[in-house]
Design a protein around this ligand. Sequence first.
Ligand code: ZN
Length: 310
Amino acid sequence: MPTAIVSHVECRQHSMHDHHPEDPRRTDAISDQLISSGLDLYLMYEDAPVVEREQLLRVHDEAYLDSLDEMAPDEGQELVEVDDDTAMNPYTLQAARRAAGAAVHGVDLVVNGRMDAVFCNVRPPGHHAERDKAMGFSFYNNVAVGAAHGIQAHGLQRVAIIDFDVHHGNGTEDIFRDDPRVLFCSLFQHPFFPHTDPQSDRDHILKLPLESGTGGAELRLAVDCAWLPAIERFQPQLIMVSAGFDAHREDEMGHLRFVERDYQWLTEQLTGIVDRVEGCHGIVSVLEGGYSPSALGRSAVAHIRALARV
Ligand SMILES: [Zn+2]
């Protein structure tokens, strides 16, 4: 099954304060593990294009995009703070344009039938970015830009977004809370950042709050009961993944206890849905969190191996 990695070297140039956990070693760790595992031999590699402003405007307000453009530093090592833990250097917005462009390109590759699955190895992450607000290391909501591209450019009517990052994808919920063409399934540690309501008031927004310490066995039970039947009933034409790996038990950012085979299992459930749902084009997965480089690399390889079915 042809599977592609979409990435760009400019995603490495965005960096925040020294010792900030969201740093270029993250995407490097995934690339290194893909090579050392031998999995890279089965994959295609494509450069991420720069996202077009019209593609961002499908999910973000114009005034918000203008404010990011105005705030961005021009040169040097200057950092502009967006919130307590999110900052822009002179290369941040270009990295973010590549990250969102990767999601758009991934959707084109899968919906046009060139690839069965795509993993976007990009940063900055996106799922905390709301329609008019940057937060939680996120500027443009990459997965939302990709889903909106599937709907508006390709005419899709049903896109499922699965978010297994340890943090709730508040930005993705904010963007699609009034758009039932998107089924948004998010699991997350609760209570935890970003402290959104663990209950959903929308049928197309499924939330799976998990207590600190939750491991793979509970994950499988909950996903089996709460998500898989709902996703299959939805009959998605495209599945997108907000692939954060910070719920890994070695990741000190969160307090869940997933391991590599849990990511593999979850991904296999999604490829099973692709097989069973007639007209489902495939899966586009976009990197979100994951801050222990070794665990991130191993987990991403388990996920991509399941996407590529090797
Ligand atoms: Zn996270």
